[in-house]
Design a protein around this ligand. Sequence first.
Ligand code: NAG
Ligand code: NAG
Ligand code: NAG
Ligand code: NAG
Ligand code: NAG
Ligand code: NAG
Ligand code: NAG
Ligand code: NAG
Ligand code: NAG
Ligand code: NAG
Ligand code: NAG
Ligand code: NAG
Length: 418
Amino acid sequence: MQDIMFRYFAFALLLAFGCVLHHSHGTEVTVKDKDDKLCLYANLMVNFSVSYTTSENKSELAEFELPAEVSSNGSKCDATSSTLKLSFGAGHSWSVNFIVNGTTYQADDVTFSYNLSDSTVFPNSALNDTLSVNARPHITDISMDTCYSCKSKETIQSDMVNQTLWNVLIQAFIKNGTQSENLTTCAADLPVIPTPTPTPVVPVTNTTASTLAPTTPPTPTLPTPTIGNFSIKPDENSTACLLANFALRIGVKQGEKYQEMNLDPNVTTVSGSCGVNSSELVLVSNAMTVALTFTNNTNKFHLQAMNVTAKLSSGVVFSAANSSLILWEAALGSSYMCNKEQNYSITSQLNIFTFNLQVQPFAVKKGLFSTAEECFLDSDLSFLVPIAVGVALSFLIVLVLLSYLIGRRKSRTGYQSV
Ligand SMILES: *[C@@H]1O[C@H](CO)[C@@H](O)[C@H](O)[C@H]1NC(C)=O
Ligand SMILES: *[C@@H]1O[C@H](CO)[C@@H](O)[C@H](O)[C@H]1NC(C)=O
Ligand SMILES: *[C@@H]1O[C@H](CO)[C@@H](O)[C@H](O)[C@H]1NC(C)=O
Ligand SMILES: *[C@@H]1O[C@H](CO)[C@@H](O)[C@H](O)[C@H]1NC(C)=O
Ligand SMILES: *[C@@H]1O[C@H](CO)[C@@H](O)[C@H](O)[C@H]1NC(C)=O
Ligand SMILES: *[C@@H]1O[C@H](CO)[C@@H](O)[C@H](O)[C@H]1NC(C)=O
Ligand SMILES: *[C@@H]1O[C@H](CO)[C@@H](O)[C@H](O)[C@H]1NC(C)=O
Ligand SMILES: *[C@@H]1O[C@H](CO)[C@@H](O)[C@H](O)[C@H]1NC(C)=O
Ligand SMILES: *[C@@H]1O[C@H](CO)[C@@H](O)[C@H](O)[C@H]1NC(C)=O
Ligand SMILES: *[C@@H]1O[C@H](CO)[C@@H](O)[C@H](O)[C@H]1NC(C)=O
Ligand SMILES: *[C@@H]1O[C@H](CO)[C@@H](O)[C@H](O)[C@H]1NC(C)=O
Ligand SMILES: *[C@@H]1O[C@H](CO)[C@@H](O)[C@H](O)[C@H]1NC(C)=O
């Protein structure tokens, strides 16, 4: 309990100091607006890892840090969009755009340009051009007039370049030239306490009990999700080669928090591909992206992999994947069907719930589902389960009763013989 209290206070303290009194050893820059007032502050550390080709046609990796000495020329602040541009070395630069989004702001885009003719960084490079990569960091949902703080590492990957950011403190859209005392802390940094908001301290009288309590997920309060009819066509003139009808809900566990979300098929875009050995269905809605990979296993198919990315109500982007599933298995040339609610644990953090499911990822003829193989839950035999359990239980009771009677009899005869 004391530990929790301590962490709570440490967090509150951090809030009070905000951007202003923080100091770290990163690259620190300030940008002023046209009235010469402070409008953007940044203090951060970035490591770059760039893959390039040498004149011997070999692939090399250049690793370097954002130096402490940078120029902020080219940075600018506007009411709803700002740019932080850091130029360094022989023509390299790293810039971020910030945009206002209602009551929050976010980093929209990171552009990293590197000059391959800089032989101190890229010795023996085959090319001498300056190349650029664009990427989008997870620096989002920063409350206006607060400073974004993230000590944890975030790696932004693109084809040839990895950028690792850490010890980041950034405030864009600074009002009246005064930095905020309040922080928006990234999810990765948040201390593991029941509620990160500074509400009254949760009375924890028995820590064992309180950590055990939330493990049972609360009963869902969401409405049943809407059924979506998804299909993939190999090209525009053909009939579908993959069919999938289902309603989907996901349940995400993050620490002590559990959240459920429904896939809204009305705002879902469908893409994917049909293959001989593997077919893919990708569903993108505004709240989540779900990728399903089906495998053709000579005479059967099944769901092999599932990858879910979701934006949680806290603003955190959650991602989980499992590529060794064996679900929804049926014979090739038929479809798999399960009308009853099914609940699967995909990873320790992700559960899915499906309703009114029918899928056929291979061998679809005339764009229609083939004969369905129904799941056990749907089958007429599933009513036998409780009966079987009942029978087994009665059998057990009879057994216990019998042994009791035999025991009594024995002991009675034993008693009499004495
Ligand atoms: C960043 O790079 C430096 C030197 O290249 C290395 O010492 C350091 O461990 C790196 N830090 C991270 C977080 O990758
Ligand atoms: C460089 O190597 C790749 C394969 O590693 C090859 O396809 C390419 O033709 C080579 N280019 C030159 C200029 O030798
Ligand atoms: C790239 O580096 C070379 C060599 O250091 C330099 O001459 C050139 O001006 C640089 N390019 C840019 C755009 O700064
Ligand atoms: C870059 O390379 C091209 C050909 O590889 C060459 O013509 C050009 O002069 C080089 N530019 C610089 C600035 O070195
Ligand atoms: C980027 O990171 C990934 C994963 O760690 C690694 O596989 C890849 O080689 C890295 N790329 C570069 C250019 O460093
Ligand atoms: C910090 O947040 C508190 C509560 O949200 C607010 O009252 C205060 O004005 C904020 N301070 C600054 C400097 O923004
Ligand atoms: C805490 O709860 C556990 C299990 O509920 C119980 O065994 C234990 O005695 C409780 N401890 C205290 C100090 O109340
Ligand atoms: C689809 O059919 C139209 C007209 O029949 C044709 O012009 C078009 O090229 C076809 N598209 C494909 C991808 O086959
Ligand atoms: C989706 O659209 C259908 C018909 O277009 C409508 O009946 C249904 O209410 C919509 N569902 C949601 C969640 O908007
Ligand atoms: C499934 O894979 C087998 C080979 O493993 C192949 O012969 C068969 O045509 C495939 N079926 C479909 C529908 O692609
Ligand atoms: C499908 O798998 C079979 C056997 O596993 C293999 O022989 C065949 O080349 C694969 N086909 C494709 C298109 O990958
Ligand atoms: C899951 O999807 C996300 C985004 O679509 C991607 O970045 C990630 O690499 C995927 N993970 C796996 C294991 O496929």
